[in-house]
Design a protein around this ligand. Structure first.
Ligand code: PLP
Length: 388
């Protein structure tokens, strides 16, 4: 630790993939043909109709000023409209919708707004690491909720000790789930809302993959009766519209929680560039645009290639109904680090070892559907040649 680093930085979750990153760089530098199924960043550009709207919005001087606040009136209205169409949920745009500089920003700042030092945040594991980092920055304490195959990768709320639940301030859920690709039925959200009401906990459902699905559209936690009393949901443009670099997302639900988050944000950022919000309005108002829907068939084709290829290679895989991840069980007796290292060394394919995310991710590797069908095919062909 260098002399300018505060102690809290040493409490952040360790980054365990440095070794794989190094090997990947070395292999590339040595001229090897590496297929990277590690990154969860869409490979396709943002749909042209959204880029076109940005083009005109950026030439409008009215959009060049500080955006301030947590979203243009029109942006928040467009979000409320989407929520009514997609989920049948009514939102009051000025009180129950706020814009975010990506959902990562919202997740990172939320505990600062909600959690007092020493209070507990319930975090799923394996899970998105920022649930933990944001909690650490706020001086909160993480309590891990293990996600296990036998429970359909849903946390078992009954397993949370009552004295922990009493001290808990936030419960994080993330469905459709990264990395397991599991979906939560509305009945699970009902149980979670009841649990959070009982213990007075803010339920935060991270819906970053809400629109990346291959079967029935996944539900929103706000479809549960009375959910707004205790819940907010985070949605992002990043994965839905291939807009990871643009930094645009929103939170909806409980007005008090959103006001607290808005207070933190008003002291740290000055809102989302208005031209980006204008492009975002165009995007979310045209969810059924052919350029958006085409992306789902692209992922579906890749999913089918990866799932059948991994099965042929001896991995047991549940076919994902949502997200762009394939969560593959390692061949019997092998841990995820061995599998990931050998796949990189012997086949030039990069995957994420579940054990690097959490002890509860051990025994699985995550593959992303973010390379072309041809390259996905090539990847599983090479993987099948590795003798485990
Ligand atoms: C990608 C991702 C995010 C972050 O999305 P941004 O809106 O780009 O910040 C949040 N949660 C999960 C689970 C993700 O996979």
């Amino acid at each position: 630790m260098s002399r300018w680093q505060a102690e809290r930085l040493s409490q952040l979750p360790a980054y365990l993939f440095a070794e794989i990153d190094r090997k990947k760089r070395e292999a590339k530098a040595a001229g090897r043909d590496i297929i990277d199924l590690g990154v969860g960043d869409p490979d396709s550009p943002t749909p042209a109709f959204i880029v076109d709207r940005m083009g005109s919005a950026i030439r409008d001087g009215a959009n060049h000023k500080y955006a301030f606040g947590v979203g243009m009136r029109e942006f928040r209205a467009a979000v409320a409209n989407y929520f009514k169409r997609r989920y049948g949920v009514l939102l009051e745009p000025q009180a129950e919708v706020i814009s975010l500089l990506g959902s990562k920003e919202g997740i990172g700042h939320l505990p600062t707004a909600v959690v007092n030092p020493g209070e507990v945040v319930l975090c799923p594991a394996p899970g998105y690491p920022v649930y933990v980092s944001g909690t650490v920055f706020a001086g909160g304490v993480c309590h891990t909720m293990p996600l296990k195959e036998e429970n359909g990768w849903l946390p078992v709320l009954e397993d949370i000790p009552a004295e922990i639940a009493d001290r808990a301030k936030i419960l994080y859920l993330n469905y459709p789930n990264n990395p397991t690709s599991a979906c939560a039925p509305l009945s699970f959200f009902e149980k979670a809302v009841a649990f959070c009401k009982k213990y007075d906990i803010l339920l935060v459902q991270d819906a970053a993959y809400s629109e990346i699905y291959f079967d029935a559209p996944p539900p929103s936690v706000l479809q549960v009766d009375g959910a707004k009393d205790v819940a907010i949901e985070l949605h992002s443009f990043s994965k839905t519209f291939n807009m990871t670099g643009w930094r645009l997302a929103f939170a909806v639900g409980n007005a008090d929680a959103l006001a607290a988050l808005a207070k933190v944000k008003s002291n740290l950022d000055s809102g989302v560039f208005q031209a980006v919000q204008v492009a975002g309005i165009e995007a979310i108002s045209h969810m059924d645009h052919v350029q958006v829907r085409a992306q789902l068939s692209t992922y579906k084709e890749r999913r089918d290639i990866l799932v059948s290829g991994m099965r042929e290679a001896g991995f047991s895989v549940i076919e994902p109904q949502a997200t762009f991840y394939v969560w593959s069980k390692c061949p019997a007796g092998l841990d995820s680090w061995t599998v990931a290292n050998r796949l990189l060394d012997e086949s030039g394919v990069v995957v994420i070892p579940g054990g690097g995310m959490s002890e509860y991710g051990e025994g699985f590797v995550r593959l992303a559907m973010t390379v072309s069908a041809d390259r996905s095919n090539e990847a599983v062909t090479r993987i099948a040649k590795v003798r485990f």
